[in-house]
Design a protein around this ligand. Structure first.
Ligand SMILES: Cc1cc2nc3c(=O)[nH]c(=O)nc-3n(C[C@H](O)[C@H](O)[C@H](O)COP(=O)(O)O)c2cc1C
Length: 351
């Protein structure tokens, strides 16, 4: 979409090159980074005509709440590095658009402040489990007390991916007065070099522990790419599965999410919501994801560029354009509501 291209160009102009690289980059040779975007295009849309689409309703029920469109803002670290509006600005823009906002463990704003800024808007809290379980528990309890509506446990980062662009750049210093991870109970960091200390021994048995300390808040696992892991996650009792390869920042060469989604959704069989992220860039991609079995998508980098380009107003502009494009794509595919998007709306192109 034009708005994404314009905002990315503005971000490139405004941001320090090391900061731009931090957001734009992927792991290894960035093969999966490129394929995450391109693989959606391998699914050709199969529109139906002569359907009454004079009213299109893109809203959907997600974790018991009506949201304006099947679109969620993905967790991304250190958003005050992009613009002083940071997490608060992005969460406010999301709330205004009627979409959930996911706050990263590595945020530069405390979860209580973000929930207060979002008002009635849904805020989800992304969790990296630390080796210090007491500190993790304190962070989760603080997030739940602050009013988050879901805990998004990221399971694809037992160790950090080999990100060449980050390695090539000097350590990025946060702006004066801005620190990372205040809600994790760790000493506040003033740079974005990997913090370390994440628990690489995390196992499916730990889901029950998280549900217990989360006091009934739904737990979604983020970073599932196989039917086997989807089944293990369901057996562990999760309330949602997010098909993700961490925006291609972990292991280069892993399957693009547009390809992984189908087998995960087939394994889940509608028992819990399935979400997907990675390279989703317009309304057509959202329809593709829904047809392949997703209940909603998450968007990452476009939100970073929007924030860098124009703070909260930039995110508002992006989300309005995105919602409008979802509505347009639904109409053009002959789908007056989300439930009408079924598997037969896409076919795989010959490779
Ligand atoms: C700069 C950056 C920081 C990220 N930080 C986190 C994070 O703190 N936690 C997390 O679970 N995922 C994180 N992600 C991954 C996103 O949540 C999401 O999976 C990915 O960006 C989606 O792909 P897209 O950027 O192509 O839309 C980050 C991604 C980027 C680009």
């Amino acid at each position: 979409m034009d708005v994404i291209r314009r905002q990315e160009a503005a971000a490139l102009e405004r941001l320090d090159p090391a900061v731009f690289d931090y957001y734009a980059g992927g792991a290894g040779n960035e093969q999966t980074l490129a394929e995450n975007v391109q693989a959606w295009g391998r699914w050709w849309l199969r529109p139906r005509t002569m359907v009454d689409v004079s009213h299109v309703d893109p809203s959907v029920s997600l974790l018991g709440r009506r949201v304006a469109a099947p679109v969620v803002l993905a967790p991304m670290a250190a958003q005050r590095l992009l613009h002083p509006d940071g997490e608060v600005g992005a969460a406010r823009a999301a709330a205004r658009a009627g979409l959930p906002y996911t706050l990263s463990t590595r945020a530069t704003t405390d979860v209580a402040e973000v929930c207060a800024a979002a008002g009635d808007g849904a805020v989800w809290f992304q969790l990296y489990v630390q080796t210090d379980r007491d500190a993790t528990e304190a962070a989760v309890r603080h997030a739940v007390r602050s009013g988050v509506q879901a805990l998004v446990l990221t399971v694809d980062l037992p160790v950090a991916g080999r990100r060449e662009r980050e390695r090539a750049n000097p350590e990025i210093v946060l702006p004066e007065g801005v620190t990372l991870a205040t809600h994790t109970g760790r000493p506040a960091a003033s740079t974005i070099k990997p913090l370390g200390g994440w628990d690489a021994a995390l196992r499916w048995e730990d889901i029950a522990w998280l549900q217990d300390i989360g006091d009934g808040t739904p737990v979604l696992v983020k970073g599932i790419l196989t039917a086997e892991d989807a089944e293990a996650a369901l057996a562990a009792g999760v309330q949602g599965v997010i098909v993700s390869n961490h925006g291609a920042r972990q292991l280069d060469g892993v399957v693009p999410t547009a390809i992984a989604l189908e087998e995960v959704a087939a394994a889940v069989e509608g028992r819990v919501p399935v979400l997907v992220d990675g390279g989703v860039r317009d309304g057509g991609d959202v329809v593709r994801a829904l047809a392949l079995g997703a209940d909603a998508v998450l968007i990452g980098r476009p939100v970073a560029w929007a924030l860098a380009a124009d703070g909260e107003a930039g995110v508002t502009a992006l989300l309005a354009a995105f919602a409008e494009d979802v509505e347009r794509a639904l109409a053009l595919c002959g789908c007056p509501e989300i439930g009408a998007v079924r598997r037969d709306r896409v076919r795989l192109a010959a490779w």
